[in-house]
Write a protein that binds this ligand. Structure first.
Ligand SMILES: [Zn+2]
Ligand SMILES: [Zn+2]
Length: 457
């Protein structure tokens, strides 16, 4: 077996890995780097430019796993794109949204790069979709090589992929995964042991706090902090990823209202694409794993976030909760604009509920607030602003913390572990930990473009 990582190796960038096995070329995901624009956001395909890609396994619809599907389809138009039914709906929505966003940025002048693809390119991508249910094998060639999806617990439609070779060796790709329950989405399910090769994510590998926080305790803390802000007449901004985190948080807010921890009349505002994603969550509630199949995201009352300045000021004049994208508070998004509004008012709060990357506005604000900085520049047009509002972070990740990842790896008894999709520190920590738990296992941290050969026996 041959393995090559094509995305940046020191960070969570574009997730895309090439696998050559039984004379078949397989890509595990085809992501784009959300922190880059234009061609720099794509994986570096040069190490495989003369190779054949027959199949692409699309693990879930986050941009860092699907954003380069059009580029892959342009290079290898015959490659089949395998995904779950729910991921097919979400990926379609997310790629259209990405195309519109790239067009808008180019025409507004905020990006120098024309969109990497257009709607016609997307039609070609969608023509190559092959959707599969969980736990049903599908062939990858005319011999015996096959794949099977394992529900991965990260978000709606997300899957791990088990590939079985003609010689019956087993390679398992976790992609992004979480084994513990969230509010809507239950924890993931994994293949039986042993597997020969485990290709595992490491997002939270350098986060020592994540494993010390229990979800029920964090939910109580979140509910009480929300209530305190609303009781003093303030409003709360919750910046969220439109896919996954938004729906989980809305479900949690709905539960707080049902339990009367929050006043059921508290207005909850949502906007844009996350509302469309919520509809897809609801449409698949009876056909995908759920904690409560009867729960609908739209059963949580939501008001469309107002477009005009005057209407927004009116909304902010009474206590409310604003669940708005983007999660990282990227410039020009609604969460970024509203954060600048809230920052100078001590009755308001900004609560982060997901991964806050240090070099992006969410991470910068969190760091500034935690270190007691008096001000921050969120936009150069606006300049330095004092941080008067409350800023906090709650851990409701869709990723497994590092102890969970270690347990998963140990339980699968792999001969080889390939650590991917995490910052360098995260992968190093996991490598050290796993070396102690699985002394006979070969543990690899491949560099971008490095070809690794693994003898399967
Ligand atoms: Zn993800
Ligand atoms: Zn990811």
């Amino acid at each position: 077996m041959e393995f090559i990582s094509l995305g940046r190796d020191h960070d969570i960038g574009a997730s895309c890995h090439f696998l050559h096995i039984d004379d078949i070329g397989i890509l595990l995901d085809a992501g784009a780097d959300p922190n880059e624009e234009g061609p720099a956001s794509l994986p570096d395909f040069s190490p495989i430019q003369h190779r054949q890609v027959d199949h692409v396994m699309v693990s879930h619809a986050h941009h860092d796993h699907i954003g380069s599907l059009p580029a892959v389809n342009a290079r290898w138009p015959m490659a089949r794109l395998h995904l779950t039914h729910a991921s097919q709906s979400l990926t379609t929505l997310m790629l259209y949204a990405s195309e519109r966003l790239q067009q808008r940025k180019y025409y507004e002048g905020s990006s120098p790069f024309p969109a990497l693809f257009d709607e016609e390119d997307l039609d070609d991508v969608f023509d190559m979709f092959h959707s599969h249910p969980y736990n049903r094998t599908f062939p990858l060639d005319t011999k015996k090589t096959a794949a099977e999806f394992y529900y991965s617990g990260h978000l709606l439609g997300a899957t791990g992929v088990l590939i079985t070779t003609a010689e019956n060796q087993r390679i398992f790709y976790t992609s992004d995964t979480r084994s513990e329950d969230q509010t809507i989405i239950p924890g993931g399910k994994y293949p039986s042991a042993p597997v020969d090769v485990l290709i595992m994510e490491s997002t939270l590998g350098a986060d020592p706090v994540a494993e010390t926080v229990t979800r029920p305790e964090e939910e109580i803390r979140f509910a009480h902090q929300l209530k305190a802000v609303l009781d003093r007449g303030g409003s709360v901004l919750i910046p969220v990823f439109m896919l996954g985190r938004a729906q989980e948080i809305l479900a949690l807010l709905g539960r707080f209202k049902d339990e009367r921890i929050l006043d059921p009349k508290t207005p909850i505002y949502t906007a844009g694409g996350l509302r469309e994603v919520s509809r897809i969550y609801d449409a698949f509630r009876n056909s995908t794993p759920r904690i409560d199949p009867d729960f609908e995201v739209y059963s949580v009352d939501q008001i469309r976030f107002p477009r005009t300045r005057k209407a927004r000021q009116k909304a902010f004049s009474r206590p409310g909760i604003h669940v708005l994208a983007s999660g990282m508070m990227i410039e020009r998004t609604l969460s970024h604009q509203i954060a600048m509004e809230f920052l100078e008012h001590e009755q308001h709060a900004i609560f982060f509920v997901g991964f806050a990357k240090e070099d992006l506005p969410s991470g910068k604000l969190l760091h500034a607030a935690q270190s007691g900085a008096e001000g921050i520049i969120l936009s150069h047009e606006r300049g330095m602003q004092p941080i008067a509002c409350e800023v906090d972070r709650f851990r409701f990740s869709g990723h497994a913390h590092r102890k969970e990842l270690t347990e998963l790896a140990v339980s699968l008894q792999p001969k080889t572990i390939i650590l991917i999709h995490g910052q360098t520190d995260a992968k190093k920590w996991l490598k050290e930990e796993l070396r102690q738990h699985c002394p006979d296992t070969r543990i690899l941290i491949p560099s971008q473009g490095e070809k690794t050969s693994i003898v399967l026996r």
